[in-house]
Design a protein around this ligand. Structure first.
Ligand code: AMP
Ligand code: ZN
Length: 143
């Protein structure tokens, strides 16, 4: 497991050097309320391993993070009265990641305060799709 780093905010929370409103903890995972919530109940799930992006996380840590999502999101919905919610996970600064330690956002839709994003669908060309799927699966099969 990568060592926590001295200057990472989330590693410092894991070590107890910075406070948080803790919701859940096990050997691999910590969850706590987001300090800048975009809705009531907005919270984070982080692996205890200091890894920057989800694509760099091993199967144990990634599985441990995702295993918490159903129970925690259900508890957040129950506590806030939200009937719907989003799971958000940013990887890389260009994708909106500010804290370079993997984290999942659970964002309940409460009183109209919720995650909003623009999504303009394109059209997948059949030939281009075939080529792209072949390229991705080729790489996938090598890992
Ligand atoms: P992202 O833009 O996906 O990197 O999101 C980082 C999130 O971490 C933001 O929603 C911040 O409000 C949250 N955050 C940053 N520092 C803290 C902290 N000390 N405690 C709780 N949440 C934090
Ligand atoms: Zn960290």
């Amino acid at each position: 497991m990568p060592e926590p780093t001295d200057d990472c905010i989330f590693c410092r929370i894991i070590r107890g050097e910075l406070p948080c409103h803790r919701l859940y903890e096990d050997n691999h995972v910590l969850s706590f309320l987001d300090i800048g919530p975009i809705s009531h109940g907005h919270c984070l799930i982080i692996p205890k391993a200091h890894v920057e992006r989800f694509d760099q996380l091993d199967a144990t840590a990634s599985g441990a993070c995702l295993a918490v999502v159903p129970r925690l999101s259900a508890a957040v919905m129950s506590a806030t009265g939200a009937l719907s919610w989003n799971l958000l996970q940013n990887n890389g600064a260009e994708a909106g990641q500010v804290v370079p330690h993997v984290h999942f956002h659970i964002i309940p839709n409460v009183d109209g305060r919720r995650l909003r994003f623009e999504w303009t669908p394109g059209q997948l060309d059949a030939d281009a799709g075939k080529d792209l799927a072949a390229k991705i699966t080729h790489t996938l099969n090598q890992t």
